[in-house]
Design a protein around this ligand. Structure first.
Ligand SMILES: Cc1cc2nc3c(=O)[nH]c(=O)nc-3n(C[C@H](O)[C@H](O)[C@H](O)COP(=O)(O)OP(=O)(O)OC[C@H]3O[C@@H](n4cnc5c(N)ncnc54)[C@H](O)[C@@H]3O)c2cc1C
Ligand code: FES
Length: 346
């Protein structure tokens, strides 16, 4: 942990808050007390060691750094999930967790021209990054904000009271639609028609609204496709995908020959060969090079590097925009060097 080139850093749990029967928030501080910089909507990745093996799980911040809130993550139990259960059942104040870094592209934009409104669509633990973004949007802009938030019931709704308080505090600008799937109400499960009717009810200017979606895979698929069908430009829909399942079909790179990769991370250069079917990340792991990554499925963005020489190709990408790819950004968990040797920088 003291190696100056190490990407690992320890965090101490300072407080635990029971949010619902199945979710807790954990306040953390860096064990070395040095400053940690993060943005609303980003996540931290924890490393769990089992002998030679290393498992990683990411958790989004529910705290908003602009409000100087203690650094807080919120975790919901996943049925039969290995680490969410351990974290919820066993972690106590004073315990330490090892992190491989903070990352994420689910952030507020740098500029707001063309944007007249925010709509957040969240389900279950998907509220975690959304809560951080929503508080930041309310405190740092004067734009109207709508949250459409799906849960089984009021008791299962993480941050229910805090959201009601925010709605009261920002009653001119914040509208919240709580959807409870166990209710008898028309506003129950978010499907295409309910989403369209909510957008109409809230008189949403579709082309001037920035949408953020976070929830289970099916929910995100339905919401994303419905928005695009309604005419929302794709670049106005931001998604955070908690899913870590790799895509079922992986296309073949246009070049499967072996190439050398020169890679800069934490001021140290590494050089190694990448040979298909290994991705750049898989080859680096075989050489025991410490890199940031989490899902290994092209969904989270924590493995992003910039290609500064040569060309790369990705089998799958749910994160980077065309403009970012043009600037050389690549998801190393899905990336291969193509057409020759490459140089990458983290
Ligand atoms: C960018 C990002 C941000 C995230 N933010 C949050 C957050 O803020 N809050 C939060 O609660 N979670 C968040 N997650 C999800 C989190 O990282 C974990 O994936 C989650 O806690 C489950 O981990 P686990 O070890 O408990 O479950 P796992 O053991 O990984 O299991 C997950 C599910 O897969 C099933 N499963 C496991 N192995 C198999 C198998 N071999 N075959 C079939 N099914 C299997 C399990 O039954 C379970 O349902 C985030 C994920 C990402 C990628
Ligand atoms: S590790 Fe998640 S996108 Fe590569």
């Amino acid at each position: 942990m003291n190696d100056e080139h190490s990407i690992y850093r320890e965090f101490t749990v300072t407080a635990i808050i029971q949010e619902t029967d199945h979710a807790k928030s954990f306040e953390i501080i860096p064990a070395d007390k040095k400053e940690v910089v993060y943005e609303a909507g980003q996540f931290i990745t924890f490393v769990f060691r089992k002998g030679d093996r290393e498992d990683r799980r990411s958790y989004s911040f529910s705290s908003a750094p602009v409000l100087h809130e203690p650094m807080r993550i919120t975790i919901k139990r996943v049925a039969n999930g290995e680490y969410s259960r351990q974290l919820l059942n066993r972690i106590k104040p004073g315990d330490r967790l090892i992190s491989s870094g903070i990352s994420g592209f689910f952030r507020l934009p740098d500029q707001y021209h063309q944007i007249k409104r925010f709509i957040f669509l969240a389900a279950g633990s998907g509220i975690t990054p959304v809560f951080s973004l929503l508080k930041t949007a309310l405190h740092t802009t004067d734009l109207p904000v709508t949250l459409i938030y799906s849960n089984y019931s009021e008791q299962d709704t993480i941050f229910y009271m805090e959201l009601l308080q925010l709605q009261f505090q920002f009653r001119q600008r914040l509208k919240i639609e709580f959807l409870f799937s166990q209710s008898e109400n028309r506003k129950r499960r978010l499907g295409k028609f309910l989403l369209y009717s909510l957008l109409e009810e809230h008189a949403v200017p579709l082309r001037e609204t920035l949408f953020y979606i976070c929830g289970p895979a099916n929910y995100m698929l339905i919401a994303g496709i419905s928005l695009i069908t309604a005419g929302v430009p794709e670049e106005h829909i931001k998604k955070e995908n908690f899913n870590t399942r790799p895509p079922s079909i992986k296309p073949l790179p246009p070049d499967t020959a072996a190439h050398r990769v020169k890679l800069l991370i934490n001021n140290a250069w590494h050089e190694f060969t990448v040979q298909y079917p290994d991705t750049i990340l898989a080859a680096a792991k075989k050489h025991h090079i410490q890199l940031p990554y989490s899902c290994e499925a092209g969904n989270c963005g924590s493995c992003t590097a910039t290609c500064t020489d040569g060309a790369t190709w990705m089998a799958y990408n749910e994160v980077l925009t065309d403009a970012e790819i043009k600037r050389g950004m690549v998801l190393t968990c899905q990336g291969y060097p193509v057409g020759g040797d490459v140089e990458l920088r983290f």
